[in-house]
Design a protein around this ligand. Structure first.
Ligand code: SF4
Length: 96
C-alpha cells in the first residue's frame, strides 16, 4: 500500500495491488479507516464509495486476515466476513 500508509509509513501493507496506489484514501487522513469512531468510519465509507479503485480494493480486502479491523472498500471486518460466507455459500450451491 503504500500510500494509504503514507501518514504512517510503517503500516504493513506491502503486498497490495498496484491499483490501490490510486485509492482515494491516499489523500485523506489514514486514521479514518482504522478509527473505532463511528463518525470517522462513516467518513471513510463515503470516501470509499467514490473511490475509482473500489472493486480492486474489495477483491484485495477479501484476502486479508479476518482480524484486520480497518475499513476496506467501504466494508468493515464483519461485513467482509459476511461477504466471504455469502460467496462461499453461493459457490457451494452452484452447479459445476
Ligand atoms: S476503496 Fe476505500 S480503502 Fe480502498 S483504496 Fe479506495 S478509498 Fe482506499
Amino acid at each position: 500500500m503504500s500510500t494509504r500508509g503514507q501518514a504512517q509509513p510503517s503500516y504493513p501493507r506491502t503486498r497490495q495491488p498496484e491499483a490501490l496506489t490510486r485509492g482515494s484514501c491516499r489523500s485523506h487522513p489514514y486514521p479514518l479507516w482504522t478509527s473505532d469512531g463511528q463518525a470517522q468510519r462513516e467518513a471513510a465509507r463515503r470516501i470509499c464509495a467514490r473511490c475509482p479503485v473500489q472493486p480492486a480494493c474489495l477483491t484485495y480486502s477479501l484476502t486479508l486476515p479476518a482480524t484486520d479491523s480497518a475499513i476496506w472498500a467501504g466494508l468493515d471486518a464483519r461485513e467482509r466476513a459476511a461477504l466471504r460466507r455469502s460467496r462461499r455459500t453461493r459457490q457451494a450451491g452452484s452447479p459445476t
